[in-house]
Design a protein around this ligand. Structure first.
Ligand SMILES: Cc1cc2nc3c(=O)[nH]c(=O)nc-3n(C[C@H](O)[C@H](O)[C@H](O)COP(=O)(O)OP(=O)(O)OC[C@H]3O[C@@H](n4cnc5c(N)ncnc54)[C@H](O)[C@@H]3O)c2cc1C
Length: 326
């Protein structure tokens, strides 16, 4: 855990890599080639996962099909917490272990379900709170996975996870597939994320940058309350700086002195300038708190289907087929 944990432990990931932008341009990638992310040494292994090279061969795929997976979609399975790290004032990384010969068993992009005991009902039967989370560690990793969890003061699951001590277990079930990403499925993917809504975007970006045959362009608009709330900003900056196809624009409600990103909620101007134009080769992915979803794309329907498209994306000319709400 060495260096990164110590740095994460200081609180703000904004400190990791300095400013979001390089020069005046809103979106500008870096100069070096893909795969250069490997430079991070030590630290929590989700970072190592970001750097793992991957060559997709049919042979490997066949082999993978028979590999052991830790998750069971029909049964709650216990995963042991081994390490934690603070990422921002209210968000933390949690690493859980399982059989070192097994993969977790996720596709990109998918999430897991967690549950925590919540007293008993009138008949004395155990009640549970169930919440989805999106692992941000590489799906190919064996033996462990990492969750980035925002802990709300009144949040039932967040508080439960935050109180777990190394050695304690969390009950998990899954995977729950959300959006099936395949390499080069679209020329340009736009992403709008708010707060921990970054987690499925990280899964997809990781999948893109580790595959040298994947030429997908990504433009991410990432909204947060303040610069210190930007989760994993150091890592995101590093990805943008080393992968010309990944562009990131941050916007915050409460900018600090010298802030060079956007200010305020995601706006129509940001959508028009920062995302690819509507078209057959374009997909926009949205994930964030209900208020942001409503403003940007309209919320999902009550039955968790995609619901009607509205908000900024509709105004900008996107159709329902071009937008996916996590
Ligand atoms: C597909 C999917 C993947 C997700 N992945 C992640 C992830 O990787 N990491 C992560 O931290 N969360 C993720 N979430 C959100 C997560 O499932 C919980 O909803 C969240 O952690 C709050 O749960 P809780 O039980 O702690 O709070 P709750 O008990 O549900 O809420 C208590 C109070 O917390 C506040 N609150 C709760 N949620 C929000 C919110 N989104 N915005 C603002 N205030 C809120 C409200 O004041 C609320 O009254 C994901 C959600 C979905 C649907």
């Amino acid at each position: 855990m060495a260096a990164l944990l110590r740095r994460l432990g200081k609180g703000s990931t904004a400190a990791l890599l300095g400013g979001a932008f390089h020069g005046d341009s809103r979106f500008r990638g870096g100069r070096t080639t893909r795969g250069a992310v490997a430079a991070v040494s030590g630290g929590i292994a989700f970072l190592c996962a970001w750097s793992a090279p991957l060559t997709c061969h049919l042979e490997e795929e066949k082999q993978e099909a028979s590999e052991k997976v830790a998750l069971n979609p029909d049964k709650w399975t216990e995963f042991k917490l081994i390490e934690t790290a603070r990422v921002s004032q209210n968000s933390h990384l949690f690493r859980f272990t399982f059989d070192s010969d097994a993969k977790l068993g996720l596709n990109v992009a998918s999430c897991i379900l967690t549950r925590a005991p919540l007293g008993e009902d009138a008949e004395g039967k155990k009640k549970y709170v169930v919440r989805p989370y999106t692992p941000i560690s590489d799906i190919e990793l064996k033996g462990y996975f990492d969750l980035l969890v925002k802990v709300y003061p009144e949040g039932k699951m967040g508080q439960y996870i935050a109180e777990l001590k190394p050695g304690d277990v969390l009950e998990v079930k899954g995977p729950v597939e959300k959006f099936r990403y395949t390499p080069n499925m679209k020329k340009h993917i736009g992403m709008i994320a708010g707060g921990t809504g970054i987690t499925p975007m990280l899964q997809i970006i990781n999948e893109i940058i580790k595959n040298t045959d994947d030429n997908t362009q990504v433009s991410l608009l990432y909204g947060n309350v303040s610069p210190d709330d930007i989760l994993l900003k150091g890592k995101l900056d590093q990805i943008a700086a080393t992968h010309p196809n990944i562009k990131i624009f941050y916007t915050v409600d409460n900018p600090s002195t010298g802030w060079r990103g956007g200010v305020g909620y995601i706006s129509k101007d940001m959508v028009l300038k920062g995302l690819p134009a509507p078209g057959e080769d374009t997909m926009i992915l949205v994930c964030g708190p209900p208020g942001m979803m409503k403003h940007v794309s309209g919320e999902k329907a009550k039955d968790w289907t995609q619901g009607e498209l509205s908000g900024l994306l509709k105004e900008a000319g996107f159709t329902e087929a071009m937008v996916y709400k996590f």
